[in-house]
Design a protein around this ligand. Sequence first.
Ligand code: NAP
Length: 250
Amino acid sequence: MSLSPTAREPSLPGRPDAAVETILILGGTAEAAKLAAALSEKGQARVITALAGRTDDPVLPPGEVRIGGFGGVDGLAAYLKAEDVSRVIDATHPFARQISENAIAACAKAHVPLTVHSRKPWEKQADDIWIEVDSLEQAVAALPPGAHVFLALGRQHIDAFARRQDCRFVIRMVDAPKQPLPFADATIVLGKASADWQEERRLFETYGIDHIVARNSGGDAGYGKIIAAREMRLPIVIIGRPFAELSDAD
Ligand SMILES: NC(=O)c1ccc[n+]([C@@H]2O[C@H](COP(=O)([O-])OP(=O)(O)OC[C@H]3O[C@@H](n4cnc5c(N)ncnc54)[C@H](OP(=O)(O)O)[C@@H]3O)[C@@H](O)[C@H]2O)c1
């Protein structure tokens, strides 16, 4: 079939033609992966998901995937231009502050519209026992002497707890640590948070946990531990958001 200069073959799912928009999703969350799947399914845009590359074997979302940092604001702005990105969606984790700040600055610099998908924080329910703090340091100080603690934090956020040598820690990590951890008494559980609260409860029971430390990340994927703690009447030292909610910057 010959095409007139203005005619274009219809886009196929996953194979958009060259003239449609290019969407960059800043990812690393379940929500970002769902968004990439939904936009790729439509087949009307080239969809690129950017991952920081923090985990060894990430689940790759549909569409194109780019792994690794951009090199700050200038690097991200240059990437937007080089790939002719028409829209950026920031669907990163609410505690991933730097990349969200970079996205605002880079999109302004490259004149590319930015949409921010920010999860709402979880709200305390009547039966929740929350010890609300604003920082990791406060969380360390909030643990009672001799606590058996489940740390639901990323690898880069746990070192401050090592000085609590009176406590016993169970630390959940996606990948095994590359270096020995600085803890006197810690057990590592490899895996991700489960949305299934009964699975989380079994884990807490297995390790005799009496306190949990978590960030108020919001979203469904990590809510299982919050429900499990509620059901078990376990206190959670819960760390609040590091900065005010970003609004939709469209
Ligand atoms: N923080 C958390 O608790 C948490 C939890 C679950 C998932 N995640 C995901 O893990 C990633 C890293 O989190 P973080 O807290 O380390 O981030 P961060 O402190 O905000 O970012 C540090 C640097 O990592 C690079 N980066 C971060 N996210 C990126 C992405 N999606 N694509 C490409 N480069 C990215 C950027 O490097 P350059 O400056 O070189 O561009 C950024 O300046 C995020 O994508 C986030 O969604 C984070």
